[in-house]
Design a binder for this molecule. Structure first.
Ligand code: NAD
Length: 348
């Protein structure tokens, strides 16, 4: 573990299994310096346990940076459940997950991520109180993805302001990869402002639904990298900015909600070299965790969430401006700020 390429001084990496329900999961806690670790739960049918571990390590580190950049009193953690979210879910599996979280005594709060919805979280909540993104309860915040999408939409405008001298999206062509929860709500915002949308997904139903209500043009999943677009917005899975895709991008801006978009840090430098402005994923997609943080605080307030979203967009602007004026890659500037915020936290 200590030699793993994605290990970054994580405070704890916990492995869980419940044979009866088929539950297998990793909960990685990267840092609790700023507060209890918080980050969603992903359910994915990994080919190997090594892939699940890598995802848990990278995603939990990303949550530390995300929470620090959003100015939240939360550290970074993430859970990955190894299984097929379409066929392997059961109440017993999510009860086992709830017990696993409870055993960590409040060091980790969970919520929804890819493959998980609010009905799953409701089962988790029967076993532990360290869960957010619920539909019911005094401070329930529900599905975080609409707030994530609002943040991504505003972040795209902030990027366009810098890249094109104008944040108005009417008439801009935007290629959206993944039109699930975040990508779908994002397309609604973009279409409302008059952007021309090219969308790709591997789920035909999602594609038809989004194209039907926004007038978007459907593009084959692999072709989205070659799309003639001003903005490329990844909203599916990670590592899509890699040596096989980078040279195909025509956009001047890459800004989307997906986590871990850069396959390696060098890709961030390669984007800068190509003159593409990249919005660091964990800065632009912090809206969902802001919504979750309101619930964790015990008192949900929409005004508080929106004011935090304003701060998040200001922070993104600072990262972009600092990177552009120093001719540095944006990922490096944001990581430096995030790490310094974590290092400056008073000991808890
Ligand atoms: P989701 O499962 O609702 O949507 C993901 C979509 O991507 C699905 O429609 C899926 O079919 C599609 N997809 C998968 N592989 C694809 C491929 N190869 N090409 C094109 N499309 C593909 O998940 P979501 O909640 O919308 O999350 C999307 C991304 O945003 C994830 O990386 C997630 O970690 C990140 N994120 C989500 C939130 C949130 O609030 N939900 C917050 C922050 C970050």
């Amino acid at each position: 573990m200590f030699d793993h390429p994605s290990y970054d001084h994580h405070e704890g990496v916990h492995f869980f299994e419940d044979e009866t329900s088929g539950f297998k999961a990793i909960i990685a806690i990267h840092s609790t310096a700023l507060g209890p670790a918080a980050g969603g739960c992903r359910m994915w049918n990994y080919e190997t346990g090594e892939q699940a571990l890598r995802d848990a390590l990278r995603l939990s580190q990303g949550m530390s940076f995300k929470n620090a950049m959003a100015g939240l009193p939360l550290g970074g953690g993430k859970a990955v459940i190894w299984g097929n979210s379409k066929t392997d879910k059961s109440p017993a599996l999510f009860e086992a997950f709830g017990r696993a979280i409870e055993s960590l005594n409040g060091d980790y709060y969970t919520a929804e991520d890819v493959g998980i919805d609010t009905s799953d979280m409701a089962i988790v909540a029967t076993q532990t109180s360290y869960v957010a993104g619920l539909d019911t309860g005094a401070a329930a915040s529900g599905d975080p993805s609409p707030v994530t999408a609002t943040g991504v939409y505003r972040g795209i405008k902030a990027c366009c302001e810098r890249a094109f001298g104008n944040g108005d999206l009417s008439g801009r062509t935007i290629a959206v990869q993944g039109v699930g929860s975040v990508g779908g709500y994002l397309c609604d915002h973009l279409a409302k402002e008059g952007a021309k949308l090219l969308i790709a997904d591997i789920d035909q139903d999602e594609l038809n639904a989004v194209a039907g209500r926004t007038g978007a043009e459907i593009v084959a999943p692999e072709a989205i990298y070659d799309a003639e677009a001003d903005v490329f917005s990844p909203n599916a899975l990670g590592a899509i900015l890699n040596p096989g895709t980078l040279d195909r991008l025509k956009a001047k801006v890459v800004a989307g909600g997906a986590n871990n978009q850069l396959a390696t840090p060098e890709m961030g430098e390669a984007l800068r070299h190509k003159g593409i402005l990249y919005a660091p994923d964990y800065v632009i997609n912090g809206g969902g965790i802001i919504n979750v943080a309101a619930e964790i605080s015990g008192e949900y307030s929409r005004d508080w969430v929106m004011s935090k979203l304003d701060v998040m967009i200001d922070t993104l602007g600072q990262v972009l401006d600092e990177a552009l004026s120093a001719d540095e890659p944006t990922y490096l500037v944001s990581e430096r700020i995030a790490r310094s915020r974590i290092a400056a936290a008073p000991s808890r």
